[in-house]
Design a protein around this ligand. Structure first.
Ligand code: CP3
Length: 337
């Protein structure tokens, strides 16, 4: 069993940093595209055979130090009664966006997400690396519910913040409750680590971040604390939120490429690990350039460091470059570089 990631998150000394990549399973892989020819994305997210197969694709191809369950943060909205589809060239679409004050249906996660439990149970029988379970941060999930699709400025959500704060709180509360149940189920089924994705928190003024994002992240981190499963908090645009995120005492925070890592190490407590932060666009360069960038991060010699990207791998990323990234980490001997 490769325990590099768990050891690093627990503050044990490790021979090299662990490496895994956000969106490590996806459209840049020919094997994934072949499965997508045959199945819709919703089918891929709901069938345990396919979930397990896709989760394992990058491990078989590159040998990362962790697996991440193949799923999506928006399935929670779907379970709450929002009709979700993924449309070519658009992305996720919620046909019935949130209505202020609506009371959403109550969910039993065992009934709504049996495929998640089944897939984690099966994966745990064969994986030789830790399995990362995940969910979206309530703010990011709620923003999709309100906007109905991807939006760069979250205009409607930000109007709710000022005009309908109680309705927004009520939506966030309902999403938070389901998310806690879902994550507890993932942990019960065997997830070794949990990551929370707050992709859109970076669009908020700081006080609104604390009020509508951080508060709900804190509820989740606290609700999971007695499981002793490490939690990684990833926010895009997190550089300016790093201290606030670290104050929740997650095992790690994930940061995007805008963050200066040596400075970050001095800003947050030593017992919070740092995950990141290569620019996914760097993976369109050459193996030599990627090696240089990865070694630069490793040579910072940050205590408790996990190599990752600052956001997910982009479609069309050359697989040879993903291999170069992972191989550079696996072959490095930090004390000698
Ligand atoms: O990281 C992994 O490999 C695990 C799987 C995973 C997916 N989505 C699969 C997926 C994870 C962790 C997510 C999280 C997710 N989903 C986030 C947070 C992280 C981030 O990327 O910002 C968000 C905002 C979503 C919502 C979502 N799902 C969008 C906006 C889209 C379309 C845009 C895009 O990137 O294609 C999806 C679809 C989706 N989820 C794909 C994958 C692999 C694309 C698949 C396809 O089109 O075949």
């Amino acid at each position: 069993m490769n325990t590099l990631l768990l050891d690093c998150l627990a503050g044990k000394s490790v021979p090299r940093p662990p490496v895994w990549l956000m969106r490590q399973a996806g459209r840049y892989q020919a094997e994934y595209l072949a499965l997508r020819e045959k199945h819709s994305l919703m089918t891929l997210f709901h069938e345990p055979d396919l979930i397990c197969k896709v989760t394992e694709l990058p491990l078989n191809q590159f040998g990362m130090d962790a697996a991440i369950l193949f799923s999506d943060i928006l399935l929670v909205l779907n379970a709450l009664g929002f009709s979700l589809s993924f449309e070519e060239g658009i992305g996720p679409v919620l046909a019935n966006p949130a209505v202020p004050g609506a009371v959403l249906q109550k969910i039993d996660v065992e009934v709504a997400f049996p495929f998640v439990r089944e897939s984690i149970t099966r994966l745990k029988q064969t994986l030789t690396v830790p399995l990362i379970g995940f969910a979206g941060a309530p703010f990011t999930v709620a923003s999709y519910g309100i906007e109905g699709r991807s939006s760069k400025d979250l205009s409607r959500t930000r109007q709710w913040m000022y005009q309908l704060p109680e309705a927004l709180d009520s939506l966030l509360d309902q999403i938070t409750d389901v998310t806690i149940d879902l994550l507890k189920m993932q942990i019960d089924a065997g997830a070794d680590v949990i990551q929370l994705f707050d992709t859109w928190a970076g669009t908020l003024p700081f006080d609104q971040f604390e009020r509508f994002s951080l508060k709900y992240l804190e509820k989740i981190v606290n609700a999971l604390s007695d499981t002793n499963v490490p939690v990684i908090l990833f926010c895009r645009g997190s550089d300016r939120y790093a201290e606030a995120m670290a104050a929740l005492q997650p095992a790690a925070i994930g940061v995007d490429w805008t963050c200066d890592l040596p400075l970050l190490r001095r800003r947050i407590p030593q017992n919070v690990a740092i995950q990141g932060n290569l620019d996914p666009h760097c993976l369109f360069s050459t193996p030599a350039r990627i090696e240089k960038e990865v070694l630069r991060l490793i040579e910072y010699d940050l205590d408790r460091f996990i190599v990752n990207l600052g956001h997910g791998i982009l479609p069309k990323t050359p697989v040879a470059n993903v291999k170069a990234l992972v191989d550079t980490v696996k072959n490095c001997v930090p004390s000698l570089v």
